[in-house]
Design a protein around this ligand. Structure first.
Ligand code: FE
Length: 167
């Protein structure tokens, strides 16, 4: 029970940090691309047609890809990561770090408003779910054990992302 309390508190801390306006890097690369103001809504059937089965399973059914199997956990190239569901820019390579988890990990979203967070209560733990702000697709979780400058670790599924190499 104590562990559960600690984890719940850690989750609250993340939310508090996010609400307090944790500095998020901004980028010029997102200009002219879809923004979160044009929210994307599709029926379940439309999502099934628009996504690959793996993308659908994670983005729409909150699944998790197996560690070390995704396309980007070991990607060190400079560029931007957009949402595989809607094209919104979610993360930039400047905030990516090697977490050792086998999933792409970032200290912050590309913009403060790129992602939304939501409490995700499981049987033994309460985690903070991360969603694309524009299409509400599930992309991963955020944990309060990341490196400076934010102390956050956005643990994201490769399959939800599309990498665009910097020119
Ligand atoms: Fe999206």
């Amino acid at each position: 029970m104590e562990l559960r309390k600690t984890l719940a508190l850690a989750g609250l801390l993340v939310v508090a940090q996010l609400q307090a306006g944790t500095p998020a890097p901004t980028t010029e690369a997102g200009k002219g691309k879809p923004t979160m103001s044009d929210h994307v809504e599709k029926s379940d059937d439309e999502w099934k047609k628009a996504l690959t089965p793996d993308q659908y399973q994670v983005l729409r059914k909150k699944g998790t890809e197996r560690a070390f199997t995704g396309e980007y956990w070991n990607n060190h190239e400079k560029g931007t990561y957009t949402c595989a569901g809607c094209g919104l820019e979610l993360f930039v390579s400047d905030t990516k770090f090697d977490s050792g988890t086998g999933w792409p990990s970032f200290t912050a979203p590309a913009l403060q408003d790129s992602v939304a967070t939501k409490e995700d209560k499981g049987w033994f733990t309460t985690r903070t779910e991360v969603l694309c702000r524009r299409c509400s697709g599930h992309i991963g979780h955020v944990f309060p054990d990341g490196p400076a400058p934010t102390g956050l670790r956005y643990c994201i599924n490769s399959v939800c992302l599309k990498f665009e190499k910097a020119k």
